[in-house]
Design a protein around this ligand. Structure first.
Ligand code: HEC
Length: 171
């Protein structure tokens, strides 16, 4: 019984405390950004150059940055196998990544903290992503050059690529 009450609290607490406005805003923007990347990447064919990156993961990063700034949220994309070292997960994010690797059905979750709410949403690898995140040796030259610490290769379609990690401060 106590567990049920706790479950109820964990699921609905974000609604109560943030108001459904932020909740709705964050989840729908993240879905829309993720769809944007997946539809942009479907246009990636043949040789991959810097221009292709400018048309896929760069606009995603820019849009997230603007959304965060406009709403005073904090947003990062992080990965256990990161390309840009800015995207190294913190210990909390590492735990979430681990549980999402183990549980493929776990799409997203909210967590409360003393000063606000955190939202995590999985980023899945699609076949077209493998042009840049697949075989290590087949990575585009600009990737090999620009990211000497790159770990974001060797994925298969359906793998967990990383997570969107959002912080919504209490108002
Ligand atoms: C044209 C090459 C290219 C394609 C195709 C591509 N990416 Fe990326 N991706 C990159 C580059 C380059 C970065 C590093 C961006 C940066 O410096 O912040 C990156 C970064 C990322 C990141 C940020 C985390 C990190 O490792 O730094 C995620 C998440 C990501 N890509 C997911 C995807 C997904 C999912 C797809 C397919 C839907 C995809 N990418 C397709 C080139 C690509």
């Amino acid at each position: 019984m106590q567990n049920r009450i706790l479950m109820f609290f964990l699921i609905f607490a974000p609604f109560l405390a943030m108001g459904s406005g932020d909740f709705e805003k964050v989840t729908s923007e993240i879905e829309s950004v993720n769809n944007m990347r997946e539809s942009l990447v479907s246009g990636v064919q043949g040789e991959v150059k810097v221009e292709t990156f400018k048309a896929v993961c760069q606009p995603v990063g820019m849009r997230l940055k603007k959304f965060a700034k406009d709403n005073s949220y904090k947003i990062r994309q992080v990965s256990h196998k990161y390309r840009n070292p800015k995207h190294i997960p913190n210990p909390e994010e590492e735990k979430i990544l681990k549980s999402m690797v183990e549980d493929k059905e776990l799409l997203s979750l909210w967590k409360m903290s003393s000063n606000g709410f955190r939202y995590y949403r999985r980023i899945e690898v699609k076949t077209a992503c493998l042009n840049c995140h697949g075989n290590k040796n087949k990575r585009p030259d600009f990737v090999k050059k620009k990211y000497p610490e790159d770990k974001a290769f060797g994925f298969k379609a359906g793998d967990l690529r990383g997570i969107y990690s959002i912080f919504v401060p209490k108002k």
